[in-house]
Design a protein around this ligand. Structure first.
Ligand code: DQA
Length: 148
């Protein structure tokens, strides 16, 4: 079965407790369950990994080569300055969807830059937990189109 990697960066382990007015009240476990639900609906398997450390995320992206057909990544604040994440993604041959729960473009100016967006196939931002469904649907569509 084809598999997708859901990768999450710093502070996303705090979902549910952390600024719920921005990120919602669901815990990380509930986020992963929702992503799994949709992934399975599309006939894929989901592997999830969250870390507060940049190097761990780079390792996961490197290990995803030839293992996962796509990565859905929410790099947290590393989105805005994590060039090692950018470089690791640039070397990944599968589909990349950047996803954010909030819409960083509506927030503080330092959140308006994404170093991940230039190496992603597309970005889904601002739809909260619904973003997993949108991201997985988009990823699936790209895979289908590539297979044609
Ligand atoms: C976030 C947005 C980032 O700016 C922030 O640092 C996060 C979460 C989001 O999902 O909305 O940690 O990636």
């Amino acid at each position: 079965m084809k598999s997708i990697l859901l990768l999450m960066g710093p502070n996303l382990n705090m979902l549910g407790e952390r600024e719920p007015e921005i990120y919602g009240s669901e815990t990380l476990h509930e986020h992963v369950k929702e992503a799994e639900r949709v992934t399975n609906e599309f006939g894929y398997e989901l592997q999830h990994y969250q870390s507060n450390n940049e190097g761990d995320l780079v390792d996961q992206i490197q290990n995803a080569r030839e293992k996962h057909i796509g990565i859905i990544i929410n790099p947290g604040a590393l989105t805005h300055y994590g060039w090692s994440i950018h470089d690791a993604l640039a070397a990944y041959e599968g589909v990349i969807i950047e996803m954010h729960l909030s819409n960083p473009n509506q927030r503080e100016p330092w959140r308006h830059t994404s170093v991940v967006a230039p190496v992603a196939d597309g970005s889904i931002v601002g739809f909260g937990i619904q973003g997993y469904e949108l991201s997985i649907r988009a990823l699936h569509q790209i895979i289908e189109d590539d297979d044609k």
